[in-house]
Write a protein that binds this ligand. Structure first.
Ligand SMILES: [Zn+2]
Length: 193
């Protein structure tokens, strides 16, 4: 394993632990050349789980995509990377436990929302607003109110989320961007922003 900082191969393992899913070992390594530390992951090679997109296309389940979407939704919230990683671990495990070769992207989206809802209302609403494509600002505010978010929070989320959306559609006709969102009803959409 090459050191990502200096490219040398000479390093030692200083810590090793099994992830919660017990499917992955994280190893903390220290480079013997530049003394910097980095983490490597060792996983059991699973059979790929294919995600069926709304338009019928299949693509391999990629953990990194979900992670990126969730990170985006959790931006500037009091949520640690460990919480996010655990959340992704749980989602990935649940998907693999289904033991299907193919899983519809809506199942993935619902799972992400379910887990986000449990850790942070704002992150949940951000994700859901992209995922479910609220048809109006009023729907969006209603969803927030149902979550019992304070009006001050609503103001700031409302502004932020909808200004994000405006950025997304910049340069593309609004309709085109909408249909793209409908085709990508999963975390990937957030990822692509
Ligand atoms: Zn090094």
């Amino acid at each position: 394993m090459r050191c990502p900082f200096c490219g040398k191969l000479n390093n030692r393992v200083i810590d090793s632990r099994l992830s919660r899913t017990e499917m992955e070992i994280r190893r903390r390594r220290e480079c013997q050349e530049c003394s910097r530390r980095f983490t490597t992951f060792e996983t059991v090679e699973d059979l790929p789980v294919m995600i069926v997109k709304k338009d019928g296309r299949r693509e391999e389940f990629i953990r990194g995509k979900i992670l990126a979407g969730i990170k985006k939704a959790c931006e500037k919230r009091a949520i640690s990377m460990i919480q996010i990683e655990d959340l992704v671990d749980n989602i990935e495990r649940e998907l693999r436990d289904l033991n299907y070769k193919e899983i519809h992207s809506s199942v993935v989206g619902e799972k992400i929302m379910h887990h986000l809802h449990r850790i942070d209302d704002v992150a949940y609403v951000r994700f859901a607003s992209v995922y479910r494509e609220f048809s109006s600002v009023d729907d969006f505010i209603d969803a927030l109110k149902k979550l019992g978010t304070s009006s001050q929070q609503i103001e700031s989320i409302d502004e932020q989320s909808f200004s994000d959306k405006r950025e997304e559609v910049e340069g593309t006709p609004y309709q085109e961007s909408l249909s793209e969102q409908q085709l990508n009803l999963d975390a990937e959409f957030i990822n692509e922003q």
